[in-house]
Design a protein around this ligand. Sequence first.
Ligand SMILES: Nc1ncnc2c1ncn2[C@@H]1O[C@H](COP(=O)(O)OP(=O)(O)OP(=O)(O)O)[C@@H](O)[C@H]1O
Ligand SMILES: [Mg+2]
Length: 356
Amino acid sequence: MSLFKDMLKGDESLFRNEMALDFEFLPKLLPYRETEQRHLATCIEPLLQGRNGRNLFIYGASGIGKTAAMKYVFRDLEEETDDVIPIYVNCWQKNTTFKILLEICDQLGYKLTHNKRTEELFEVVKQIVNKKSAVFAFDEIDKVEDYGFLYSLTEEIFKKSIFMITNHKDWITELDQRIKSRLMPDMLEFRKYNLAETKSILKDRGDHAFIPGCWDDNAFDVVSVRAFELEDVRPGMHLMRESGMAAESKSSKKIMIDHVKEAFSKLEEFTIKPKAALDDDTQTVLQLVKDNSGSKIGDLFKLYQQQGGVAVYKTFQRKIRKLSDGKFLTINTIKGGAEGTTSIIKYHTTKKLTDF
Ligand SMILES: Nc1ncnc2c1ncn2[C@@H]1O[C@H](COP(=O)(O)OP(=O)(O)OP(=O)(O)O)[C@@H](O)[C@H]1O
Ligand SMILES: [Mg+2]
């Protein structure tokens, strides 16, 4: 018996550039986001003319090209000029003013950060950036725990654009008024892709990733319809990769429906985990939302406190957002009601397959 006898040989692999299915892979073109990219560029344009730039608040659902569009514009900017410094920070990883300033120093090439305090780090950033101009992109901005860096940047950096990216439109409405009135950002919504767009994006990735003609048309349709239903490109790419591997493991030279089905079952496995992975307090919050679906966030917080919850309101809000990211619930922000702006929280009954 040979375990490897029937396997496809290296030169028979269905993949020719598997990296094209990585979420971080930046395609040459970003179709269907031309208008959005132009909007980003327009905010930066004054910097190229030696004036102050405009700030922008970018929001929209998960997996629909916000980060990709930002990085794409930065790539173009870097090719165009050395006078405007692009700085991209993922606030999920760097979620405090101190960590963000360390990261900015690092990107500016300043290494002597050891033992420096927050104010000293900001002084370094100020010295370097104020000689030129800069675009700051803070991705996943809702994950930051304090806003000191925003305050300092708006006050003391002369020529800049600040971009803030998030899934949560309501983040900006809740932002401290003193910072909001300094930022005065444009608002830009990324809408979800329709079926034809989802299909074409995945087709393009597939053309890079696989050898020509290895996808059965029906099998590919099933993948794109699924990604469209989930309103997220990422599970589409994930399914394509898994389907390709399933086909290879069967030594099939074509990727058929059966291989996609096998990939689906793996995607399902992923969906069970997150709920169990939530910490106890977040589980409590979720249960509370489930029992009181459709309530205002303030009322939920009161109930949470009555039940002995110890988190402060900000932390409670963050837990709600985290649950929304995992698609356990939805947040609907209502502006200008009798009590001003409030958020209505609804429990998600149908858990989606993106929860991996
Ligand atoms: N128009 C497009 N053309 C090609 N690829 C795209 C397009 N839109 C999204 N993608 C791809 O889909 C994946 C998800 O996109 P991206 O990371 O930009 O999502 P996002 O909107 O930032 O989501 P999140 O809010 O979860 O961070 C990336 O691999 C990206 O390259
Ligand atoms: Mg993103």
